[in-house]
Design a protein around this ligand. Sequence first.
Ligand code: F3S
Ligand code: F3S
Length: 105
Amino acid sequence: MTYVIALPCVDVKDRACVDECPVDCIYEGERSLYIHPDECVDCGACEPVCPVEAIYYEDDLPEQWSEYYRANVDFFEEIGSPGGAAKTGVLTFDHPLIAALPPQA
Ligand code: F3S
Ligand code: F3S
């Protein structure tokens, strides 16, 4: 199981969640951040600090954002499991679902 970052993060990228994650499994893309499903230890520390409520436990993901589960998982298809976001830095791509969104206010 894993936590998931949904639509409210897009173009906001507050990054408060990054400082809370004990295993550094929240990776930054161009327009959103993504939680690594295999590296996340389900501690829940990230969820309450997001000011726009973008983070959900996968079973609690609101229905309208259900596809964000796959977006977070598939984001890591090419890069695998780097073992910490500090190792990759900011990544210069997004999942296609997020890349196709119009600019978010
Ligand atoms: Fe995004 Fe919220 Fe983290 S806006 S970067 S999920 S604190
Ligand atoms: Fe990290 Fe815990 Fe969230 S492992 S991604 S802070 S649930």
